[in-house]
Ligand binder design. Structure first.
Ligand SMILES: NC(=O)c1ccc[n+]([C@@H]2O[C@H](COP(=O)([O-])OP(=O)(O)OC[C@H]3O[C@@H](n4cnc5c(N)ncnc54)[C@H](O)[C@@H]3O)[C@@H](O)[C@H]2O)c1
Length: 250
């Protein structure tokens, strides 16, 4: 039920953070992974992973440029031998600023990466998955897919859209054997939250709000991603799974 040996995955934003932790976990589970990321670090992934005989491919690409996105997807597919079983859309951006100070350029950038690239990549992957009558698409939502948050209007709008997109695509593609789900990480220990963690006022407030009384780790997310990629979740689709230490249950 949890065997992923020999499967092929494309993971975006896998050079660091939650994406990298999923690359590590899938690599260990025997999945050949192609990682698309804008950072040079993506070209150095095999040196960072525990050696085994499973291949990992790094592709440097900018998912905000649709031409480059399509080119990167095609390169990833080619490296994986023309098939893809799992797509994880983890690349994402946040900018924390009051709405009154938020520029339209930043709004477009956040919506462009967090929503438009997820739609286009999901479509490209589903074209391949439909042919083989199976596939798993895992999107990174957030607790801000549901909550409004503060000083994160563009981000929470984008993550709300990720949840709706997940449901829409699931409705259309479930009959093709493609499951589309989203993960909603809470407050995780990644560089994305450096400013929040280091804020002497908000940092302790955040921790006090988490029923588990600790920030989440990238590994907390990787475990749920493995479940959503495995046959164990073949009847789970169109849903958002919180990995938040209980925050959304409050
Ligand atoms: N960290 C958290 O607490 C948290 C909470 C909820 C949701 N999330 C979501 O999880 C996902 C991963 O978050 P993270 O903390 O690992 O973020 P991160 O900032 O650590 O990593 C994001 C990755 O995306 C890549 N990237 C950025 N712009 C890109 C572009 N234009 N093209 C290609 N790649 C690009 C970066 O190089 C980086 O490797 C995001 O979608 C984020 O919104 C994170």
């Amino acid at each position: 039920m949890f065997d992923l040996q020999g499967k092929k995955a494309i993971i975006t934003g896998g050079a660091q953070g939650l994406g990298f932790s999923m690359v590590e976990a899938f690599h260990q589970a025997g999945v050949e992974v192609a990682v698309i990321d804008i950072s040079d670090e993506v070209l150095n992934l095999s040196n960072k992973l525990e050696a085994n005989d499973v291949k990992v491919h790094g592709i440097k690409g900018n998912l905000l440029d649709i031409g480059n996105l399509r080119q990167s997807f095609n390169e990833a597919l080619e490296k994986l031998g023309g098939t893809v079983d799992i797509l994880i859309n983890s690349a994402g951006l946040i900018e924390r600023k009051p709405a009154l100070e938020f520029s339209l350029e930043s709004w477009d950038r956040i919506l462009g990466l967090n929503v438009t690239s997820v739609f286009e990549l999901s479509k490209l992957a589903a074209i391949e998955m439909k042919k083989q009558e199976s596939g798993k698409i895992i999107n990174m939502g957030s607790i801000l897919s549901v909550l409004g948050g503060f000083n994160a209007a563009a981000y929470s709008t984008s993550k709300g859209a990720v949840l709706q997109l997940t449901k829409s695509l699931s409705n259309e593609w479930a009959e093709f054997g493609i499951q589309v789900n989203a993960i909603a990480p809470g407050y995780m220990l990644t560089t994305m939250n450096d400013d929040l963690m280091n804020d002497p006022v908000r940092g302790p407030q955040v921790e006090a709000r988490i029923p588990a009384k600790r920030w989440g780790t990238p590994q907390d997310v990787a475990g749920v991603a493995l479940f959503l990629a495995a046959p164990a979740s073949d009847y789970v689709t169109g849903t958002l799974i919180p990995v938040d230490g209980g925050v959304l249950g409050r």
